[in-house]
Structures are given as structure tokens and as C-alpha cells.
Ligand binder design. Structure first.
Ligand SMILES: Nc1ncnc2c1ncn2[C@@H]1O[C@H](COP(=O)(O)OP(=O)(O)O)[C@@H](O)[C@H]1O
Ligand SMILES: [Mg+2]
Length: 366
């Protein structure tokens, strides 16, 4: 069964370090996504595992076997490319049987495999169609079938849904995950769409500039991101600069710019340390009753979307934060100019050491 292990995998293109000492284990049967901004090295990583490119340093193991020098066809991987890449002049059937034909598999065996693949993607009735006659989603399913007909147990997907409409993408996510789980495959799915990664994967790996920033379950990455870059890249977050003014056993106090004080969970640092606090827009609320962590401000922007209202609030110190709130009878309308109090529960405040390179650079996608 396929377990993938990367040890210090490094790939350079001249001065660019596309993958910089990547260490990662993908467990057997796991659905792992790799996310990160464009150019951070996702495709390079997946191509190294597939065997399309050779890393300059490091080892790649599949099933415990060192595969650095093994050609792609002997690695037991199925690879779906970034752009829909069916052969346009061939039918669905011919696209699917292309690999077995090249490998000169006996025709009966090829036929049986192809029928099984068509059944799997529920396309038996469309085997004579040409790619141009199929929707984008169906084309990508065909590409998956073509990748899996070699009996690959490790499925490598590079932005497989990237070229599709939003709605189709959302549907196909679930189909892809179901397929991988039903067939007991291991999957590595590369995407720049954090929402896609969060909804499809067992575990998400966040990359920036050729390196792994952090890896974790979707929920952990969202609720407790260890790295400030993750807090920004995964979901939405507010960031405020501050200084630690008190450290107690399980509570600390951070004074933000302008003098307001916020109670947080314990911080790693000490009194006087510059920090950045972060919180999710939906974890804050607009109330006057609570005593802790009140920041007064005024609404500068209101956006209703469905059952949620998104408020942009300018705090007394001039910083702006976003608060998301479910609509309620209690207070159905908000208007620009309303004076409000933003309340953030201590447990929902993340505290990061102030980044050495500065906040803007630490959050930057490039
Ligand atoms: N064949 C190549 N030659 C030179 N530079 C490359 C090549 N392939 C990728 N790169 C560079 O390596 C970095 C990582 O690229 P890539 O792995 O494609 O990123 P991603 O898939 O995350 O967008 C980028 O800076 C890219 O320009
Ligand atoms: Mg890419």
C-alpha cells in the first residue's frame, strides 16, 4: 500500500529554489492537499514524486522503496495534469485505454480494465464521445480514469479542478474524495484554492517559497494555525500589532496600538515582546454587554451576503477589522457610521511573535 516519504527534497532552477528541503510523509490511504500561492513549488513537488523531474538533493520513498532513480511508469502513480489534457482527437474510450495500449497489454485485459474504469466514473454510456462533446468536469473525470487504469494506488492531482466553473468544482471535490476513499488510494492534491483543500482533505500542507510552512488537519489549520502565514492564507483573519504587558499562568495581556488591552490565552513570549494578534471575523462579535476585550469603533462598511453580514469596523486607533455575524432578529440592520463594540473572546485570539521580516512581508503571497 502506498505511503510516500520525502526526506530533504530540494530542487533548484538556477537561483530559484523551487523546493527547499521538503520533509513530508503521506500515510497510506490519506488524502493530502498541498496549498500555497502560485509559484511556491507545488507542481515541482508533485512532479518529483511522479518522477517527471529529478530533485537535486534528498530522497523520495514510495512504499518504503527509494524511487529517486525509478522511471515514472514503475512508480505506481497516476498523474492528472494541471490543465485538462485529454487527447482531443480520441474518444473517451481511446483516451482511457491509451496507457495499456502503449504498454502492449493483451486486448481482453485492456477492455476489462477500461470497462471497470468507465463504470467507476459512471461514464459507460459516453465512451464514444470526444472530449469536446463533454463538460469540463466530465473531461477531468476521464483524465482521472486514464490515470488510474494502470492500477496506480497513488493518485497525484495537480490543480485538477482549476479549469472548471465554481459550481462544478464544488461537486467534483466530493466525487474525487469518494473515489479515492472507495478505491483505498493515497492521494496528493495540489491546489491554490484553500477552500477546496479544506473541504476535500484529511490533511493540508501549506507551502510558501519552496518550503513547507505547516501541515495539519483542516480544522486545526483554521482554528489554531501555528504560523501567521497560514492564519492569513487559510480563511480570513484580522491582524493587530501589539506588545505583551502581562504574562500570567494561563492568561496574558496584550496592549494593541493605541492603548487598548486584550486578554489572551498564555503567550510563549515575555513582557515587552512585540506581537501580532490575529482573530477570525466570525469569532468576534458586536456586543456591549461583555466586560472583556471590548474594542470600540465605528462601522465603515456593511456587506450582506445571504444569512451573514460582514462588517468592516474602524477601531479607535485607526486599524480596521472585519467581523462576520449571522443575521438575527435581535439586531437585523447595521449602517455605516454606527458606533459599535467589537468583542473577541480570549480563547479565539491567536498571538504570534512579531515577525522579523515585518508583518506585511510575513503575510505576503509572493
Ligand atoms: N522548468 C523550469 N525552469 C525554471 N524555473 C522553473 C521551472 N519550473 C518551475 N520553475 C520555477 O520554480 C518555482 C516553483 O514553480 P512551481 O512548482 O510550478 O510552482 P506552483 O505549482 O506552486 O505554482 C517558480 O518560481 C517557477 O517559476
Ligand atoms: Mg503549479
Amino acid at each position: 500500500m502506498p505511503e510516500v516519504r520525502l526526506v530533504n527534497v530540494t530542487k533548484r532552477y538556477g537561483k530559484i529554489v523551487a523546493n527547499d528541503h521538503i520533509n513530508l510523509t503521506i500515510k497510506d490511504g490519506e488524502y493530502v492537499s498541498v496549498i500555497g500561492p502560485s509559484g511556491c513549488g507545488k507542481t515541482t513537488l508533485i512532479k518529483s514524486i511522479a518522477g517527471i523531474i529529478k530533485p537535486d538533493e534528498g530522497e523520495i520513498y514510495i512504499d518504503g522503496r527509494l524511487v529517486n532513480d525509478l522511471p515514472i511508469e514503475e512508480r505506481g502513480v497516476g498523474y492528472v495534469f494541471q490543465n485538462i489534457a485529454l487527447f482531443p482527437h480520441m474518444t473517451v474510450w481511446d483516451n482511457i485505454v491509451y496507457g495499456p495500449k502503449v504498454r502492449c497489454l493483451p486486448p481482453e485485459e485492456t477492455r476489462a480494465l477500461a470497462l471497470e474504469m468507465l463504470e467507476m466514473i459512471k461514464l459507460s454510456a459516453r465512451s464514444d464521445a470526444y472530449p469536446s462533446e463533454l463538460s469540463g468536469g466530465t473531461q477531468q473525470k476521464t483524465a482521472v480514469a486514464r490515470a488510474l487504469i494502470s492500477r496506480a494506488r497513488l493518485l497525484l492531482l495537480d490543480e485538477p479542478l482549476g479549469a472548471l466553473d465554481v459550481k462544478v468544482r464544488a461537486e467534483l471535490r466530493y466525487e474525487l474524495r469518494r473515489l479515492v476513499k472507495d478505491l483505498k488510494l493515497t492521494a496528493l492534491h495540489v491546489t491554490h484554492d484553500q477552500e477546496e483543500a479544506m473541504s476535500i482533505s484529511d490533511r493540508v500542507v501549506v507551502m510558501k517559497k519552496g518550503r513547507i510552512v505547516e501541515a495539519g488537519t483542516p480544522i486545526n489549520l483554521y482554528v489554531r494555525p501555528k504560523n501567521i502565514f497560514t492564519a492569513n492564507f487559510v480563511g480570513e483573519a484580522n491582524f493587530l500589532r501589539g506588545v505583551v504587558t502581562q504574562v500570567n499562568k494561563d492568561r496574558s495581556i496584550v496592549e494593541i496600538r493605541g492603548g487598548s488591552k486584550l486578554v489572551t490565552k498564555n503567550t510563549d513570549g515575555g513582557v515587552g515582546d512585540p506581537v501580532v494578534i490575529a482573530f477570525r471575523p466570525e469569532f468576534a462579535s458586536i456586543v456591549r454587554k461583555k466586560r472583556l476585550n471590548r474594542l470600540s469603533g465605528k462601522i465603515v462598511d456593511v456587506l450582506y451576503s445571504g444569512s451573514i453580514v460582514r462588517l468592516k469596523v474602524e477601531l479607535a486607533n485607526g486599524d480596521r477589522v472585519v467581523v462576520k455575524k449571522a443575521l438575527s432578529f435581535e439586531r437585523p440592520t447595521f449602517n455605516v457610521g454606527d458606533k459599535v463594540t467589537v468583542n473577541i473572546p480570549p480563547k479565539d485570539i491567536l498571538v504570534y511573535p512579531y515577525p522579523e521580516e515585518g508583518l506585511d512581508r510575513a503575510l505576503a503571497l509572493e
